[in-house]
Ligand binder design. Sequence first.
Ligand code: ADP
Ligand code: MN
Ligand code: MN
Length: 176
Amino acid sequence: MSRPKPNILVTGTPGVGKTTFCEALAAASSLEHLEVSKMVREKRLYREWDDELDCSIFDEEMVQDALEPLLESGGCVVDFHSSSFLDESLVDLVVVLRVDTSTLYDRLEKRHYPESKVKQNVEAEIFQSCLDEAREVFEEADIQIWEMPHDTEEHMEEALERVLPFPQRTMCLQKK
Ligand code: ADP
Ligand code: MN
Ligand code: MN
């Protein structure tokens, strides 16, 4: 790894709390939070629209092009539900947040997602789609994947305590 600071990918089904966790992580470290779904919206990194779910279908190449220069400098927390299109050489640690079905259902209802979108995401969580997607790319490359529960405030505290030392540790290893 030639980056001065590592990049951490935080992934998981919409509603597991990625953005909440990444904001807290960035606030407590010198890492920069990249909220990819917001970048997709603001920079229009999509060519297609899903009428049924009423949302954009991000374009992998456009997102890659937007992210790669940022990740090359290191020190980023990438907040996104999808990861298989990322270049594994740009990621140093993967965090997969997980929640119980009932937690996710409640959170997505509160977001006023249409029923079909709630159902699709709850199913994705049950089938651990995001975890499997991350494994497909990063397991092969020997990048650590930390799966962590994120139903409660306590869970978030525990996850922060575990992740926060990672950048420091990685920098120390590099200096040797
Ligand atoms: P994502 O970015 O994965 O879609 P968000 O960070 O937007 O998820 O969180 C979805 C909802 O869940 C928000 O209302 C947030 O306040 C709540 N939430 C997130 N993490 C936790 C947690 N660890 N404990 C309790 N509520 C949480
Ligand atoms: Mn989010
Ligand atoms: Mn590669």
